[in-house]
Write a protein that binds this ligand. Structure first.
Ligand code: SF4
Ligand code: SF4
Length: 365
């Protein structure tokens, strides 16, 4: 397992976590086995929001067994009264359900207490003024919620919530389909704005847990993918993990077979993780943009090209930590010898020698 550190609080979070959206199709025994196996494999981050009530009890039992070793995302605004998942901004049922979820795990705290799935201004206003906001702040103050978090598909709402300066984690939908097409209402915002938002998360020290990394499975199936070709789970996971701010990717699973498919990411070769094939699928913007994919490696001068570009983009929006990371690299942009190897390899049309000169001038190194 690989881990990343949550900027606020320093929790070590597994880069692959577990979503629960598919677990309603598993038996209770399979649900518990899946969580047990995931923990054995080093997974320590779990979303507790299945799409039906059915697996809640089994999930609660399994998460209770591993309580000290896992982080759990518990949402304020998800309901299960009718047997299926439902959504609300009504404080009374939302709070009652949140407390029932903690009781189902047999715990008195949530590692991440979520302002849940807000995509519209009017809904956010109801959360802010209708009781959910005050409840979340109070539970954060008394330790029932260790970290405040939110989930949204909207960059606009994400920015409103970021501006409150109280959050440590954001759950955001992230995959190539949402970034480059208008095929889903979940992928709100243009790619440049979505990327800018991820940089804002990183600069604010708000970690990102990624939902819908496979676009609900559409990207894994050539017939359903808007790109007309299938990507692998490993490529989609790498795509998300390369983006600024991302600490973990939470694909939904139906059971142990899905879990094993996810964990294959850690045995994948660099070629299997490479998603630069996307360059042949997505509309090319007039300005070629580095997506940090590292397809252009190795650089004969030893430069970490994707990382240098990522730190530069972050530093330019005021991320001092990223600037510091850049300064601490073993090799800097000024050491580019202009060989052009990366330009010949880059499927996204980025011209790095010019970019490296720009980066070197920016940092004055
Ligand atoms: S220059 Fe091109 S190949 Fe290299 S990391 Fe950036 S986008 Fe990927
Ligand atoms: S042009 Fe510069 S960054 Fe690109 S491979 Fe050559 S030395 Fe490395």
């Amino acid at each position: 397992m690989e881990y990343r550190v949550l900027p606020h609080g320093g929790d070590k979070i597994s880069v692959i976590g577990l979503g629960s959206a598919g677990l309603h199709s598993a038996t209770d025994a399979e649900v518990e086995r899946t969580i047990d196996e995931a923990v054995d494999a080093g997974v320590n981050h779990f979303d507790f929001i299945p799409s039906e009530a059915k697996p809640l009890a089994a999930m609660g039992r399994a998460l209770h067994r591993h309580r000290a070793d896992v982080h759990i995302q518990v949402h304020i605004g998800a309901l299960y009264g009718g047997g299926a998942y439902a959504w609300t901004t009504d404080a009374k049922p939302a709070i009652a359900e949140f407390e029932q979820r903690l009781a189902a795990i047999g715990t008195d705290y949530a590692d991440f207490g979520f302002i849940h799935c807000i995509d519209e201004d009017a809904d956010l206003d109801r959360v802010m003024n209708g009781g959910i906001w005050d409840y979340a702040q109070a539970r954060r103050a008394d330790g029932t919620i260790r970290h405040l978090a939110f989930s949204t598909h909207s960059p606009h709402i994400a920015r409103r919530l970021l501006a409150t300066d109280v959050f440590d984690l954001a759950m955001f939908s992230l995959n190539p389909m949402y970034d480059y097409t208008d095929e889903s209402e979940y992928g709100q915002g243009e790619v440049a704005d979505r990327m800018a938002l991820l940089r804002e998360f990183e600069r604010a020290g708000v970690g990102v847990s990624v939902m819908k990394p496979f676009a609900g499975g559409q990207l894994l199936d050539a017939a359903q993918s808007p790109f007309g070709r299938a990507l692998t789970r490993t490529q989609c996971i790498q795509y998300a993990l390369d983006k600024p701010g991302v600490v973990t990717v939470l694909p939904g699973v139906h059971g142990t077979a899905d879990l094993h498919d996810l964990l294959a990411y850690f045995d994948a070769t660099p070629e299997e993780r490479d998603y630069s094939v996307l360059a042949t699928c997505v509309p090319q913007s007039r300005e070629a943009r580095c997506v940090y994919c590292n397809h252009c490696q190795p650089c004969p001068a030893g430069l970490q090209i994707g990382l240098i570009n990522k730190y530069y983009d972050l530093a330019r929006v005021g991320d001092e930590l990223a600037a510091e990371h850049y300064r601490n690299l073993a090799r800097h942009a000024g050491e580019c010898v202009g060989c052009g190897h990366c330009d010949r390899r880059c499927p996204f049309g980025v011209e790095q020698p010019a970019r490296m000169r720009e980066i070197a001038a920016y940092f004055g190194m």
